[in-house]
Design a protein around this ligand. Sequence first.
Ligand SMILES: *Cc1c(COP(=O)(O)O)cnc(C)c1O
Length: 458
Amino acid sequence: MKTTKEIQAIDSAHYLHPFTDHKSLAEKGARIITKSEGIYIWDSHGEKILDAMSGLWCVNIGYGRQKLVDAAAKQMQELPYYNSFFQTTNVPAVKLAERIVKLAGDNYSHVFFSSSGSESNDTNIRMVRHYWATLGQPERKVIISRKNAYHGSTMAGASLGGMSYMHEQGGLPIPDIVHIEQPYHYGLAPTQDKDAFGIEAAGWLEQKILEVGPEKIAAFIGEPVQGAGGVIIPPKTYWPEIQRICDKYNILLICDEVICGFGRLGYWFGSQLLGCKPDLMTFAKGVTSGYIPLGGVVIGKKVAKVLIEQGGDFNHGYTYSGHPVACAVALANIDILEHEGLVDNVRNETGPYLAQRFAELTHHPLVGNAESCGLVAGLALMKDKAKHIAFDELLGVGMMCRNHCFSNGLIMRAVGDRMIIAPPLVITKAQIDDMMHLINKCLDATLDELQALGLMHA
Ligand SMILES: *Cc1c(COP(=O)(O)O)cnc(C)c1O
């Protein structure tokens, strides 16, 4: 076994990490995660860390679940791989498609499989344009998305996404994708009535439709609750109004459920909570709790019918579409979510408990607002919350707080000056208390540092 320093040296010599500034990583050395159990991970120094981000929003059933290991091993022995391209299929993919359609509800009939959220959103773009072309309206190409949205990192995924720092590299966005502002009440209009703001924010979609021309628009895409954009929880009026506008102009609605799906909000899909009926739903992450890559699109009956009855060949697919091992793991994951009642538990027990405990953070001098939905939560670090004054972005206060979390055994993510969490759905109320204790400790440490630097008054 090599030492931590040796592994770090090889890491920086040969492993190009995603979303990473390599020069600064090489100076510090990457943290090496070596094992995991439940809601905890351990690093190579043996330090135990509470993973309040479920990896990257995906380890819904927690770490160390033997059933998933067994399901993968068994499927690998029987049939490790076969494709579904040339009129063939495999049993785990068939079973999983049926199971996901049942969870999605009456509106849906089919599932298309990929290996990630990004690929699934690529599929969405091609599918909705093919849908409209099949219906004799090929000019319906434009997809409306939102600023700060995250829809993945491929050319299409990052184009749909609204991260300006991603658009700066690689010639993005690709043509015919436009963005509207996100429904961030606290950030954009904190004094406005929340429900009224929700209606207004949905109205930005209608404005954009009229500006572009309804006859050119294929679809609107949004995350039910925006995740990587900072856990932006929309007012309850927002999604029903978005649905009304999509219906009015006959525009397809795509919900990117990659984070919200599979129990995160206390429902199988986030749209079931937030009051809309998307034509297509993107999933990935929680479908296998991250144990193995799998993603896909749940397809509503309206779209499926056109594709199947009139669409002919859909010239699109991935080598690993319907991968039998990934699908077998997903089935075992859904078994656990069901048998342990985890989705109901988030809805009725741990979600409401987190909401209550997380809201208490607004008593902290640094915290402007703190809100959760199911088991995702976000808070805004503010310089002067009474006057609604944010910190200078260049100070990197969120990063400062994240570093305190790192050194105190807690994974919490910073998005600018918003601190966000999405703990595994297996977290107990007692563990939520432990997590809140750590969060408070890290906020205190951040406040101390800001005061020591003279950036905030005592
Ligand atoms: C993570 C994420 C994606 C991208 O998924 P990958 O598997 O990383 O390609 C897409 N949409 C949302 C909402 C996500 O959170």
